[in-house]
Design a protein around this ligand. Sequence first.
Ligand code: SF4
Ligand code: FES
Length: 263
Amino acid sequence: MTLTVDEATGPADSGGPGELPPIPDGAIMLTVKIQRFNPELDDAPHMESYRVPALPGDRLLNTLHYIKWYIDGTLTFRRSCAHGVCGSDAMRINGRNRLGCKVLVKDLIGDKKNEVTVEPIKGLPLLKDLVVDMEPFFDAYRAVKPFLITEGNLPTREYIQSPTDRARFDDTTKCILCAACTTSCPVYWSEDAYVGPAAIVNAHRFIFDSRDDGGQERLEILSDAEGVWRCRTTFNCTEACPRGIQVTKAIQEVKRALMFRRI
Ligand code: SF4
Ligand code: FES
């Protein structure tokens, strides 16, 4: 029977290492090179390599689980849903920001001799191994007021919104706050005061919502020196987004609304 590595290994419980599970039929031996950093022991991050049996259809996250459960229980990374929904496992895989749970082994190995490199996302303080401090990212998110703001009397019935009005911000509702866009942005790496693409995407989601009255307030926030004008339109963010959001387009729409003072 062919098992995925997940099925072969079962749920995480031990903090590893444990007895090795049977290698599933069709597995290849993958070398996973991971950036390790323990702030209590290390002066600087370093790379460590692990040999992991993996099926071509396994997700990279499966291989990290295997390492944690069976080889080195100290490996530290975030993940929750394992299905591209929670946004907690953004990491740099072969140099590109991706979700560990969405990228398949077969799409990573190519001509790279069954070798994969995994590093933490850049531009946020490194805490341990693949875990970074997300607080600066969420500070920027909170700064753009990512919630519905209404003025005047509350309506006595539901808000009516036409499909056309809804379509204006539909794309940016898909954000899962993984930070893949923001931490792929060279401006964010060099100027950490920049709010970053994800905050602008989440501002866009409300600015162009016909039910919201806080658009001008958010535009004011984003016209600040650390706001949208820092964007250099490098498109890294759009490329990195695991939800396929047109991040650069959303940023351009916010810039246009600011230039013409019209939402
Ligand atoms: S816009 Fe895309 S890449 Fe950026 S935080 Fe949202 S889901 Fe992640
Ligand atoms: S673990 Fe939830 S998005 Fe990957």
